[in-house]
Design a protein around this ligand. Sequence first.
Ligand code: PMP
Length: 391
Amino acid sequence: MKDRSLLMIPGPIEFEPEVLKALGAPTTSHVAPGFIDDFGGALEKMRKVWLAPEGQPFIVAGSGTLAMELAGANLVEPGDRALVLSTGVFGDRYEDLLARHGADVTVLRAPIGRTLDLNQVEDGLKGDRYKLLTVTHVDTSTAVRMPIRSIGELAQRHNVLSVVDGVCSVAGEEIRQGDWNLDVVLTASQKAIGVPPGLALLVASQRAMETFAARSTPVRSYYADWAKWMPIMAAYEGRKPSYFGTPAVNLVAALDVSLCQIVDEGMTARFARHELLAGAFRAGVRALGLDFVATERDHRANTLTACRYPEGVAAADLLSAIRSAGVIVAGGLHPEIKSEYFRVGHMGAVCMGDILATLGAIETGLRNVGHEVEAGIGVAAALEWQAGNKG
Ligand code: PMP
């Protein structure tokens, strides 16, 4: 019997064997020619994955929060006005982070499970001279997806820099950074990018880099300062050795492998796969009689789903029953509704088999905590949805 559970949390996700192989290879020098080539190749492929041919990519050792900080620390100067569009915990995190760097922050906060009204966003932008706005593409605490293309247009129209927290969306949800005029799109390695935790990744537009170059005060973080990292990225991309802080050698090599796989799949095909699998999963969840935290159908994420517990089912009981059925899902995260829902990640290397296994485990879990469901109803609905939506 396999003693292994299926990991279906919204990051870290399950990783491809080739990626793990790169991670387990003997560590080389950070200036070895093979590693320089991996680093340079990863930077080049980021432009393809972000669909940002003119963008400046950064790869820095750290988690997604560092990626948020790289954008905030470099683009904000004390007294600058920033608008945070918050759809959950990670939007709220940006409020704290930007304030720490001296910004005068205004937050537009959506009711839990909902998006922000675009008219409200535009009114906010009209009223004040903001330098920058932040938006969480998919907030992992609610599984709400914001319409970042429209927000990018609004930001552009009002001459405000747009920073997209794409930690739970890049390489899963459709993002076309160049065409959509988004100034920074940031993420972390452990989600749809498909590499174990430890890399902060972002691509900045030329406009963002010019804003950075025009700063009149020093960046308030030594490690996050783009001035330190820009020459490093340029050197590696030019296939030359360089050093500021020791790069996470094995993670960068693994990143190069994963980005190669992503580019080979093709971005349009990859976005479509995530959409198809998310649709199948939601169809199954609905058939099992569960509701979603994200209330607007068109704004439910394709990278994770936040499912409400049915009435009378205790959170801890169901989570452990699902785990006993072989699948690991995540509990609630939003402090106000934490005990009311659980989260299932379906991004990166995920396939239909994983979706069906997860629905089967949720069904088994529900039955084992005394909640009756018709045998196979979730799996059947997912398969039916897939058959009706393929190609
Ligand atoms: N933003 C979002 C949308 C996230 O989901 C996360 C992590 N779950 C973060 C930021 C922070 O990333 P990390 O935990 O890697 O610091």
